[in-house]
Design a binder for this molecule. Structure first.
Ligand code: R5P
Length: 293
């Protein structure tokens, strides 16, 4: 049986996953030194030579959570453990290619560092680009929370629903949610100015009038993508608009802006602790770990 080590960024989720699997939770001691550096100690007595799964999300402050992950992995390696890691939200995953000459491809850098610190296999949830993950140089598996998000919406009594993503890259998410709801999926075409970050969206021709619309994406950050999509949908007189994502990274005031713009509800998961978690990723993660054990 493998052991689970829940990192400082994912102590609750790690405990949920361990309990869903019936696997042992290996105690971890952590603290921050007065200058901000992290201290990590795995209390591995009794677990010598075990295979372990580290659970550590890398939401803000991303660099600190990543560093804690590297320390956990290196300490586990020093204890002779073989290591897999679940990083439900993978920081730095949006820069998955060189858009402008000279840019660092951050998802590649992060995966390389994980590999160097001893992680043999990586599990992530609704990563920004599955293609980039496949090229990242670390054996990796993407788990989707979209089926669980879809099941959440089954309880909402949706009227003539349509599931839409704010860009074509996220259409696969809309399709998964729509598959559960048994309804149409569509996507906007999004363009983002690489210098200013300004977003513009073009509708795909789907009809929104008098329908309940579920807007889904892998993550919401500034809310710019969702707000632009909502404005285009609202212009057509929809019934209700729900906003959902796996990773609700919403900055200060973004939740309020989305609600003021007309979102009925903001639905997120517990891929990291946040105020919008309505759906848990513990079961899909536990299932993926069980099937790969
Ligand atoms: C990027 O394409 C992602 O899938 C999200 O659409 C994006 O990161 C959301 O960011 P924001 O909320 O700042 O528009």
């Amino acid at each position: 049986m493998k052991g689970i080590i829940a990192g400082p960024a994912s102590s609750e989720l790690g405990a949920k996953i361990a309990s869903a699997l019936g696997w042992r939770l290996i105690p971890l001691e952590f603290k921050a030194f007065p200058d901000g550096e992290s201290y990590i100690r795995i209390d591995w007595e009794g677990f010598e030579g075990s295979d372990v799964v580290l659970i550590q999300s890398t939401h803000p402050p991303q660099d600190r959570h990543l560093m804690q992950l590297f320390l956990m992995a290196d300490a586990a390696k020093d204890a002779g453990m073989s290591i897999e890691a679940v990083v439900p939200y993978l920081a730095y995953s949006r820069q998955d290619k060189m858009f402008r000459a000279g840019e660092a491809v951050s998802v590649k850098t992060v995966c390389k560092l994980m590999r160097c610190s001893g992680i043999g296999k990586l599990f992530v949830v609704d990563v920004h680009s599955e293609e980039a993950l496949a090229r990242s140089g670390i054996p990796a598996r993407n788990i989707t929370a979209m089926l669980s998000i879809g099941r959440y919406f089954l309880g909402k009594g949706l009227k003539d629903p349509i599931v839409v993503s704010p860009d074509e890259g996220a259409k696969r998410h809309a399709e998964r949610v729509a598959g559960i709801l048994g309804c149409e999926a569509s996507s906007f075409r999004k363009e983002r100015d690489r210098i200013t970050g300004e977003v513009s969206v073009t509708p795909s021709g789907a009809r929104f009038s008098r329908r309940d619309v579920v807007l889904v994406d892998d993550m919401i950050s500034t809310g710019g993508s969702m707000l632009k999509a909502m404005a285009a949908i609202k212009a057509e007189g929809p019934n209700r608009i729900f906003v959902a994502c796996t990773h609700p990274l919403l900055g200060e005031g973004v939740g309020r802006m989305l609600l003021e713009a007309g979102a009925e509800e903001i639905v997120g998961t517990d891929s990291f602790p946040n105020p919008f978690e309505k759906v848990s990723v513990a079961d899909p993660i536990a299932e993926a770990l069980r099937s790969s054990a």
